[in-house]
Design a protein around this ligand. Structure first.
Ligand code: RBF
Ligand code: MG
Length: 316
């Protein structure tokens, strides 16, 4: 997958393309269906498969309100796109000027003259431009004028719910990572570089933790989780604590990962944390036995997690 900022940078130059366009936050099952469809249509007709998306996310630039935390950052989005093997991703810098552009100008310049679109595939609720004027109906009209067809793909339903970025966000924020997984088609994952923490884990508690320098925006509810910790491509069974470590009165949200039966120094390495299941809420331990109570609790969390890792349904 070539990643380009302008249609003319795609090599060799496009003669015809099957295109999908969207924000694709989460690259969830609904988006995956679009990506698969773009690839198969392109193959069938001898077109090139192109994904068009924006950075920053249009909402981030346009709304005064606080935007929701995004499920995927651009870098992760591109990695996920690549697994669906489009020929190119056109990553357009989203600007105020672009937001003001009449939909027809955008379609003509980018899709028609730029990408030579022959077939455009969009999600069931997709619309772009000022006042969402660039909707399915308008695109179909423009398709007649500029000689491309438009296909709107029905939403993916899982257990009677429409797969949507909003639903996934709600589930993850509620800690229900187990329910978010089928909608995403993968475990909800955050990544971070392992950095030195307070050094309490190993010395004080006997459970050393990798503390992550976080880059993501969306975090599961505070609490304790069974996770797969990926070091490069190796999945290691682990437990993670997301929270404020109330026993120690920390101020900022931390994600700490204790990898089971593991004693390597991994400072400076990147860890991907795949959330399997929430085990409990974070507790504040007080009194003279606070430390040993916390230790016992963590030992019991690990025992619960161990019984999960053998489950064939949660394999990485
Ligand atoms: N800290 C708390 O204050 N309350 C907890 O309930 C809690 N649960 C934890 C569960 C696990 C599996 C792990 C690895 C850590 C937990 N901690 C908890 C965090 C502990 O305070 C932390 O590891 C130390 O602060 C060392 O950095
Ligand atoms: Mg630590």
């Amino acid at each position: 997958m070539q990643i380009v900022n302008s249609p003319t940078a795609i090599e060799p130059a496009l003669q015809s393309a099957c295109v999908t366009i969207g924000n694709f936050d989460g690259v969830h099952k609904g988006h995956q269906q679009l990506l698969g469809r773009v690839r198969s249509k392109a193959d069938k007709h001898g077109y090139r498969a192109v994904v068009v998306t924006f950075d920053p996310h249009p909402l981030r630039l346009l709304t005064q309100k606080k935007t929701p935390p995004f499920i995927t950052l651009t870098q992760q989005k591109l990695e996920l796109f690549a697994t669906h093997k489009p020929d190119a991703c056109l990553l357009l810098e989203f600007t105020h000027a672009m937001a003001q552009q009449p939909p027809e100008d955008f379609v003509r310049q980018i899709l028609v003259q730029g990408l030579r679109v022959k077939h455009l595939i969009i999600g069931h609720d997709y619309a772009f431009g000022k006042d969402r004027a660039g909707n399915y109906e308008l695109l179909t009209e423009l398709g007649k004028k500029y000689d491309f067809t438009v296909e709107r793909v029905a939403p993916v339903m899982i257990e009677n719910t429409v797969v949507s970025s909003t639903r996934i966000r709600e589930l993850v924020m509620a800690g229900d990572v187990l329910a978010a997984r089928p909608l995403l088609g993968r475990f909800y994952t955050v990544r971070g570089r392992v950095e030195p923490g307070f050094k309490r884990g190993g010395d004080l508690l006997g459970f050393p933790t990798a503390n992550l320098r976080l880059v993501d925006e969306l975090f599961p509810a505070t609490g304790v989780y069974a996770v797969w910790a990926f070091l490069e491509t190796t999945a290691l069974p682990a437990v993670a604590n997301i929270g404020y470590n109330p026993t120690f009165g920390n101020e900022v949200l931390s994600v700490e990962v204790h990898i089971l039966d593991f004693a390597q120094d991994i400072y400076g390495q990147d860890l991907n944390v795949c959330f399997i299941k929430r085990l409990r809420s974070e507790k504040k331990f007080t009194g003279p036995d606070a430390l040993s109570d916390l230790c016992q609790q963590i030992a019991s969390d690990i025992a619960t997690a161990r019984s999960l890792f053998a489950d064939p349904h949660i394999q990485p």
